[in-house]
Design a protein around this ligand. Structure first.
Ligand SMILES: NC(=O)c1ccc[n+]([C@@H]2O[C@H](COP(=O)([O-])OP(=O)(O)OC[C@H]3O[C@@H](n4cnc5c(N)ncnc54)[C@H](OP(=O)(O)O)[C@@H]3O)[C@@H](O)[C@H]2O)c1
Length: 327
C-alpha cells in the first residue's frame, strides 16, 4: 500500500524535506499500523528536519512527534482495528518515523486510547505541548499548588507556554506570562494571562543568592539564567516545573533558595513518562481541564503545507498551534 508522507533526506550535511509517496513496507516495525487523521507541529519537528543530532540521527526520516488516528491493523491484544489512538513521545518522530504521514507503524506501548470528550482534531490542538503543560500542572498540584496561586510561565508565546497559560487560567490560577514578544501581550491575556512581563526581567544574571519572592510557582520552558532567577524569586515552599531549554541547558545556581526557602525543582519528561501519567493527563484534558482555545489561536493546514510552517517555526515566527490535517 502506498501513502503520502513528509520525508527529510540528508546530503553532505544539508537537509531537504519534501512530500513523497512511500510504501507501507518502508515503515519501522511495530504491532500497530495506524491511519493518521491529524498531526501538529512542535519545535522538535524544526530540529528534526534540520538534522539536530539529539533529535534525529538517521535519514531519510519522516518528522512529526505527535499523531492521532485509527488502528488499521493490530498485532497487539490491547488494540483492535478501528480503535482511535494518540501517539506521542517515546522515540516517535525522533529516530523513528513520525506523524507527518498518512500511515505510521509503532509499538503498541506507544499508543494510548483517545479519551472520550476530545475529538481527534482537539487532541492535536494540544499535542506534546499540551501534554507537557498538563504534566507540569499535575506535578505542581502534587506539591501543593492550588487554584488562586500565582504561577509564572516562561517562554509564554511558545507551544508549551501558551497552553500552560490557558490551562492555569482554566483551573483558576493567576498565570503570569513572561515573553520576549510584546506584540503578543493582548493574545496572551486573551488566553488567560493575568499579567504579561518582559522576559528580560528574568534573563539577566544577578549576584544575589535570593531575590524578593514574586510568584508561588512556575512552569519554565526556558532554562539557563531564567531558571536560576526563578529559584531566587519563588515564594517559600514554591515549586518550578522545568521542561525546556530554549535559552540554555546549563544552570549555574546555588543551593540557597532550596535550603533557605524550601523551594522544589520538578523535572518534566513528556517523552519517557509512563502511560499511566500520560493517560491521566489526557483524561483531565478531555474533562475538567478541557480548554476552549480562541479560534485564531488554531491554524489547520494540509500535509502539503506542513514544511512551510516548520520553516516558520525555525524562524520563531509562530504564535498559536498548527494542526495538520492528514486524512
Ligand atoms: N520536557 C519535555 O517533556 C518537553 C516537552 C515539550 C517541549 N519541551 C521543550 O520545552 C521548550 C519549549 O518548547 P515549545 O514547543 O513550547 O517551543 P516553542 O514553541 O519554540 O517556544 C519557545 C518559546 O521560548 C521563548 N524563547 C525562545 N528563545 C528564547 C531565549 N533565547 N530566551 C528566552 N526565551 C526564549 C519564546 O517565547 P517568548 O518570546 O514568549 O519569550 C518562544 O516562543 C523547548 O526547549 C522544548 O524542547 C520539553
Amino acid at each position: 500500500m502506498q501513502f503520502k508522507a513528509l520525508l527529510t533526506t540528508e546530503n553532505n550535511g544539508s537537509y531537504q524535506t519534501q512530500l513523497v509517496t512511500r510504501h507501507v513496507d518502508e515503515l519501522p516495525p511495530g504491532e500497530l499500523l495506524i491511519k493518521v487523521q491529524y498531526s501538529c507541529l512542535n519545535y522538535k519537528d524544526a530540529l528534526s528536519t534540520s538534522g539536530h543530532p539529539g533529535i534525529t540521527k538517521n535519514f531519510p526520516h519522516t518528522p512529526g512527534v505527535d499523531a492521532v488516528g485509527t488502528v488499521a491493523h493490530s498485532d497487539s491484544d490491547d488494540f483492535t482495528e478501528g480503535d482511535a489512538v494518540i501517539v506521542t513521545g517515546h522515540d516517535f518522530g525522533m529516530h523513528t518515523d513520525g506523524g507527518l504521514s498518512q500511515y505510521i507503524r509503532v509499538p503498541a506501548a506507544w499508543a494510548i486510547p483517545l479519551p472520550q470528550g476530545l475529538s481527534a482534531q482537539q487532541t492535536m490542538q494540544l499535542g506534546t505541548a499540551g501534554l507537557t503543560a498538563g504534566l507540569s500542572l499535575l506535578k505542581l498540584e502534587a506539591m501543593g499548588a492550588k487554584p488562586g496561586d500565582s504561577v509564572l510561565v516562561t517562554g509564554a508565546t511558545g507551544g508549551v507556554g501558551c497552553l500552560s497559560v490557558a490551562l492555569l487560567a482554566r483551573c483558576g490560577y493567576k498565570a503570569i506570562a513572561s515573553s520576549g514578544k510584546a506584540q503578543y501581550a493582548d493574545k496572551l491575556k486573551e488566553l488567560g494571562a493575568s499579567e504579561v512581563i518582559d522576559r528580560q526581567q528574568l534573563s539577566d544574571a544577578s549576584s544575589k543568592a535570593l531575590l524578593k519572592p514574586r510568584w508561588q510557582h512556575a512552569i519554565d520552558c526556558v532554562g539557563g539564567e531564567t531558571l536560576v532567577n526563578i529559584f531566587k524569586t519563588l515564594a517559600p515552599g514554591g515549586s518550578v516545573a522545568a521542561s525546556g531549554l530554549v535559552a540554555s541547558p546549563q544552570i549555574n545556581a546555588t543551593v540557597y533558595p532550596f535550603i533557605l526557602r524550601g523551594i522544589n525543582l520538578l523535572g518534566i519528561d513528556s517523552v519517557g513518562v509512563g502511560n499511566a501519567s500520560r493517560l491521566a493527563v489526557w483524561q483531565r484534558l478531555a474533562s475538567d481541564w478541557q480548554l476552549q482555545l480562541p479560534q485564531d489561536f488554531i491554524t489547520e493546514i494540509p500535509l502539503e503545507q506542513a514544511y512551510d510552517y516548520i520553516t516558520q517555526f525555525k524562524q520563531g515566527d509562530i504564535f498559536g498551534r498548527i494542526v495538520v490535517k492528514i486524512s
